[in-house]
Design a protein around this ligand. Structure first.
Ligand SMILES: Cc1ncc(COP(=O)(O)O)c(C=O)c1O
Length: 388
């Protein structure tokens, strides 16, 4: 990987050590240019006229996102965030009283809220699959629960926002498919960080965001919905993008995943998201994953040598999200003191655990990306070591 070229194309690398890819990563200049150029075009021509002139490019974004995750263009819907993508999938499942939902202890708080609402609205039940000894979803416990029957949905995250782990999503997909349930994968922190192939993962539905490891613009995300499951889902919202009026009292849904989209959108963001997918594909998904692993391991090894720091990560396989606590400083103090030295880390407040409720103590979260260097990791470690 040509890290020097990549850094030259990443203006945010110049002034600070940015270790917050899990929050919102640094955009590459070519992606930023796509967004800015299109905004200028809208200002010059008018929004509708600009869209008319760029129809092929908009169509191309579905192909780019599909290539990124091994899907077909017709299986992609563009959304404003990962949460909206996930919501469009989840709320479109026609649950019945008594349906079971299986999930993980580390599920994202917004998803947990939606589950609780489904309990109230539809009388479904939620079973939280316990962790295995490494902290990941226990495949044994999942198989047991699936074996009891009645499971409509298995909904887990691939890489949680905290915890540093990578869930064994492909194994979960295989078990879920064998049991005949739907599999919804929250891939918000894995797309752009790991090779994500929907065929290998065996998921029916997958949600992702633009701004994190994919390095796209904020306010963008996408949903993958496998062609084979579309007929089982009734979109929770339908507008004139999602469906056509076919008579005074009839309508027909679009045949593809765009039935989950709304008509009005952040158009420049859609082009930027497509450009970010192309950028990641050009850099190479396997190369990105390897480099993130290397940098995260360097950071974890360095933190392990610091007596006043406790690593908080779990997982047999770990991600580029590294979390820790300081013996005498609050997470917010660590973040502020490092920021004063141009080392950007974040508190991880979404340390929600479905089995325990909200964990009270936020952690420090340092999340690396392939544009970071070994030297930056060492400088960040030195700054953490000097905190008292
Ligand atoms: C695991 C996970 N799922 C979903 C989300 C929500 O993503 P968005 O803010 O794009 O809706 C996040 C955001 O941090 C996340 O970490």
């Amino acid at each position: 990987m040509d890290v020097r070229r990549i850094r030259n194309e990443t203006p945010g690398c110049r002034k600070r050590i940015h270790l917050n890819a899990a929050g919102s990563a640094l955009q590459a200049q070519p992606v930023l240019d796509v967004v800015l150029d299109y905004l200028r075009l809208e200002a010059e021509l008018g929004g509708y006229e600009a869209a008319d002139s760029a129809q092929d490019r908009f169509a191309g974004t579905y192909g780019s996102l599909a290539r990124l995750i091994g899907a077909q263009p017709g299986e992609i819907a563009y959304t404003e965030s990962a949460t909206r993508a996930w919501d469009m999938a989840f709320y479109s499942i026609p649950f019945k009283v008594g349906d079971r939902i299986l999930t993980t202890t580390s599920e994202y708080a917004s998803n947990a809220l939606a589950f609780l609402q489904a309990v109230r609205r539809h009388g479904v039940s939620i079973d939280v699959i316990p962790d295995d000894p490494y902290g990941q979803i226990s495949l044994e416990a999942l198989a047991d629960e699936l074996g009891k029957g009645g499971v409509r949905l298995v909904s887990i995250n691939h890489v949680p926002t905290h915890d540093g782990l990578i869930n064994p999503a492909a194994e979960v997909g295989a078990l879920t498919r064998a049991a005949g349930a739907l599999f919804l994968l929250d891939a918000c922190q894995s797309v752009g960080q790991l090779p994500v192939d929907v065929g290998e993962l065996g998921c029916d539905l997958l949600s992702a965001t633009g701004r994190k490891f994919l390095r796209g613009p904020r306010g963008t995300g996408f949903l993958y919905a496998a062609t084979g499951v579309l007929s089982q889902l009734d979109p929770i919202l339908v507008d004139l993008c999602a469906a056509d009026l076919t008579g005074p009292d009839s309508y027909e849904l679009r045949p593809d995943a765009r039935r989950f989209e709304g008509w009005e959108r952040f158009a420049a963001g859609q082009l930027g998201l497509g450009a970010a997918a192309e950028y990641a594909l050009d850099v190479g998904l396997a190369e990105i994953a390897d480099r993130i692993q290397l940098l995260a391991q360097r950071l974890r090894d360095g933190l392990a040598d610091l007596p006043h720091v406790s690593a908080r990560d779990r997982g047999r396989q770990q991600s580029g999200i590294v979390t820790f606590s300081h013996a005498s400083l609050k997470a917010s103090e660590v973040v502020a003191r490092l920021a004063a030295q141009d080392v950007v880390v974040r508190t991880s407040e979404q340390t929600y655990r479905f089995d325990e409720g909200v964990t009270p103590e936020p952690r420090v979260r340092a999340s690396v990306h392939y544009y970071n260097t070994e030297e930056e990791i060492d400088r960040a470690l030195a700054a953490i070591a000097a905190l008292r």
